[in-house]
Design a protein around this ligand. Sequence first.
Ligand code: 3PG
Length: 208
Amino acid sequence: MSQKSLETILENAHPVMPVLVVDALKDALPLAQTLAQCGITVLEITLRTECALKAIGQIKNTFPELIVGAGTYTKSDQMAAIIDTGADFVVSPGIHPNLLKLAQQHGLPILPGVMTPSDILLAIEHDLNILKLFPAQNAGGINYLKDLQAPFPTIAFCPTGGINSKNYLDYVELDNVICVGGSWVAPASWIRGQRWSKIAKEANLLIK
Ligand code: 3PG
């Protein structure tokens, strides 16, 4: 796949990018297939489990049209393995210059997490204008995003953390929100339990 910009990726993800924890490799493909059949085109697989890198690799090999982010990118030494998976972008819970520079050197779009105006300034210094607000709900939620709009009119956010079926529409209607991230569409317990029809039902409820 030719590389897509982060803006294109997250516009495709709208309204929600599922944030996924895959504990067992055998669950990766049925999960991806279930979500793809429901019209989900962008996913984040968190690098929090032993099989996460292999899960990304399998999904990219089997469903090359799916855009897959490697989440929980927290250390520079993860980068080589991430590149090997064919991941399309990386997501971090926070922001660190080394992580940004390394991703940029590899030409890999990065969605770093920010929580404060100072974090946002660091991102701007690295020419980034699309950021993950994390943890969104606890950082101040909708009102916090509204407050950020005046000083940072050019920044778009993907709020993540505490977003669910009841509040995601309030987030996505904000002018400075490009999409949201969240685990509610496919929580880890449903994936572990191979509850594919439950996941499909939740994904099909999403209002595009
Ligand atoms: C995460 O990194 O786990 C995401 O922030 C998901 O948060 P959520 O489980 O509150 O959606």
